[in-house]
Design a protein around this ligand. Structure first.
Ligand SMILES: [Zn+2]
Length: 265
């Protein structure tokens, strides 16, 4: 795939949950999209950090950024990842009040996103298990998947995973249709530039020692009921922990090709 060819990304839109997700999970496609939609803004109960996060978003050297700034639901520590339950809004939340906020946010996404996704050929977003395991990543995926039925765009997601999200991934994978997969070179220069901006504002949410992989793998689902594959089971996933440990990162830097770290789901 030529990720510089606009013909491949005509009306491509990226929808992420949080500021910095675009750098972490989508640098391979970020410079060929027409629009970046960031769904959540204020961190629950964290007023000062939330202000800094908003400043960081306004400093991003990207065009077409739309910051929905929906307040986070405060659900990160309130999901049972070892025995997850899938819901319409994402994953079951174990705290009652947080669960109400989470479900409210799902409805907000389903109201706010359609007008912004009008005319999209393809929408990139989080994978069904939320990469390393974040309930709001799962929620954004579910919103994009729900809206795909009536809006008719293709959607695509990557294969990052962690030991936290693997149970949900295995549960989802066995019944998840998809059509094609492509490996795309990451844009490490841009990803590191974005990381520096978030770090300067003190709002980078991921490991500082994270080594951006050489490639990202995107799974695409076309609209409609018929698909090339009916399960993701047996496909390759990339455990993010392997990119976070400094000593392993050194090994990765030597081989320069993180596709060697892939495992099967
Ligand atoms: Zn996130």
């Amino acid at each position: 795939m030529n990720n510089k060819d606009p013909a491949n990304h005509n009306k491509a839109i990226l929808v992420v949950a949080h500021p910095d997700d675009e750098a972490l999970w989508f640098s391979s496609i970020i410079d060929s999209i027409s629009k970046l939609i960031i769904c959540y803004g204020d961190i629950y109960g964290e007023y000062e950090i939330s202000k800094r996060r908003a400043y960081a978003v306004s400093d991003l050297p990207l065009s077409g950024v739309i910051n929905l700034a929906i307040p986070e639901a405060g659900v990160f520590t309130h999901a049972n990842w070892s025995q997850p339950t899938i819901t319409e809004a994402g994953i079951a939340i174990t705290d009652d009040k947080a669960s109400v906020r989470y479900e409210t946010n799902f409805r907000r996404l389903c109201v706010s996103l359609p007008g912004l996704l009008e005319g999209a050929d393809i929408v990139y977003t989080h994978n069904p298990w939320g990469e390393y395991g974040h309930p709001e990543h799962v929620q954004v995926h579910n919103a994009i998947r729900t809206l795909q039925c009536r809006m008719g765009y293709s959607m695509a997601f990557s294969n990052y995973i962690s030991t936290t999200s693997v149970s949900l991934a295995r549960m989802v994978a066995s019944q998840y249709p998809w059509d094609k997969t492509q490996q795309v070179m990451t844009n490490r220069l841009l990803a590191k530039r974005l990381r520096r901006i978030y770090l300067a504002h003190g709002v980078w949410t991921w490991h500082r020692a994270y080594w951006f992989p050489s490639h990202e793998t995107m799974y695409t689902i076309h609209p409609g009921g018929k698909h090339e594959h009916d399960s993701l089971t047996g496909t390759e996933v990339w455990p993010v922990e392997r990119l976070c440990i400094p000593c392993l990162s050194a090994m990765v830097k030597l081989c320069m090709d993180t596709r060697l770290l892939a495992r099967k789901i």
